[in-house]
Write a protein that binds this ligand. Sequence first.
Ligand code: ZN
Length: 410
Amino acid sequence: MSTVLFRNASVLDVVRGELEPDQAVLVEDGRIREVGATSEVRSADPDRVVDVAGRTLMPGLIDGHVHVYFQSFDTEALLGWRPSYLVSKAVRSLSDMLQRGFTTVRDTGGADFALAQAVDEDVIEGPRVIFGGLALTQTGGHGDGRSPNDVSTTQCTRCPTIGLIADGPDEVRKGAREILRTGAHHIKLMLSGGVTSPSDSISSTQYSDEEIAAAVEVADSQGRYVTGHTYLASAITNALRIGLKCIEHGNLIDESTVKVFVEKDAFLVPTLVTYNTMDRLGLQMGLSKASHAKNSEVLESGLSALEMAHRGGVNLVYGSDLIGQQQVYQLEEFTIRAQVQPTADVIRAATTNAARLVGLEGRVGVVAPDAYADLIIVDGDPLDDISVLVDPDRYLSLVMKNGVVYRDRL
Ligand SMILES: [Zn+2]
């Protein structure tokens, strides 16, 4: 049993959106035991006492949309990699994410039980991995990585990628059961075209109502939920009405979509930083010209969609969706969102809202008794200036996950 006592911290209460000065946080056995005034919280024999010296102590961050196995835009090359090379890259990505202050990530296509297990057992260093396994895609849908030139009838079998092709309600049902059998926390459906897929258009709708309903039925029966990749207002409205709990991206929503989100208490995970990054750097990082052109269809509308969703009261969750080398920009989503949302709301997206989406409310995303001891310490007030979260080299002094310190500059 290890005990760490943090003293003289300004604790960020993300629920109230306020900093509480001169606080102590007692961590025992990977959990937060007590939070209160420094003069009042005591521990008989702590293994370590940390003087936080007035810095901000806040919950570890949660990224609600990552792909740790999607390591290159060059799908052809990616499919040729040996699994050991791909996994090595994923391990590096996870370690880097933890060093940026993310203590939980939700992988929305690719990551598997084994990778989450390796993190849980501390075989590798990384954020807790909440994963959905392979995303279900129709033939030629956003998760079908085959180029139009590719006449093979099955997708890559040599390495873990993103999608599992399933057509018709029966195949979707079987695919969903298989994904849940392998421990997935949710099921993801590709519901319209995407930027990186080689054979669809952004405006194409994917999966029929019957297919979507089959996935929802399987998820419901096992106490899990379905999320959907789509930009389109009509596809989102339809999917939420059938029973999806969450939508990824949503760049082309309208006011009526916002109302359905609120009515269903559903979640939206915008991923604006990936479109900005693909626009600026995609071509030099191997994104095809066709994908770069598709990107511009969703780039402009992303920020106004976020603003609309925020004003309408949608449950918003932080997402980055960055591929391979792009992942260095994972924290810039904070900067982008702060253009249209108060900083406290942007921080809630990466803490309490994300925790609720992944079913870990009260366990992650808060500094409170009984929560997992997932904490970060930053120099400065992120409510006042969000850039405090965006530049870890300068501001991030400590990262703790489950009571274990992974970054320590104090
Ligand atoms: Zn994605």
